[in-house]
Design a protein around this ligand. Sequence first.
Ligand code: CDP
Length: 233
Amino acid sequence: MTNIIIAIDGYSSTGKGTFAMEIARRLGILYLDSGALYRTVTLYALQNGEIEWNGAILDRRLQEDIILGKIDISVMSKADGTMRVFLGDEDVSGRIRELEVARNVSAIATLPFVRNFVDEQLHRLGSKGCVMDGRDIGTAVFPNADLKIFMTADAEIRAQRRVLQMEQAGQHPSFEEVLKNVQERDYIDSHRAMNPLRKADDAIVLDNSHMTVEEQMVWLDGILRERFNIGIL
Ligand code: CDP
């Protein structure tokens, strides 16, 4: 079953990307990170002066650029499960992880014309089968996905994981600041008008507060065997 679509949604820093990439690698299917596309639109808006110093978005200009086809996003998915994202010719996979992008992305992702633009790209890229992670994949992007997983974990544990990740990248964030950012983004994502973050009725909840990635794979292996007769261990 190579054209299977697996939708993984959930809160910030629950490890959706790590989990989704590992599933894609083991099943030999495409991994698509929908958040990376929202981050790339945000980077474009920052580079083109469409986000002001106080966070205000010049949404008419951004919308015009989208209509005129000026935002040229492409992705490259690799066999090891990772994904690179390009803005024009430039590989922006690293730059979209910077703090300035993280600070503005949730506001950009509330704009309906941005969501429609990203959704079109996601459909074009993923319709033939993929593991896709985000906030609204099982509810809005692929409501008929073959399998939907909703990930959650205690906020303190998620913030701790993000701190570790940032420390490994040479940064020294304070735990309180990271926890605040995680909670703020969850709030914006869950309360926006268009396609807010919520569990699809038919999604299976995975609380990984006290689970390793390998334990998650064992959990998923049971589900895949039962539903599709395929194993991943
Ligand atoms: O940092 P983290 O991995 O938790 O987030 P991400 O997956 O990179 O997504 C960045 C932001 O994009 C989220 O905080 C959401 O505001 C937005 N997003 C969304 O609205 N819908 C999606 N399907 C994916 C991301």
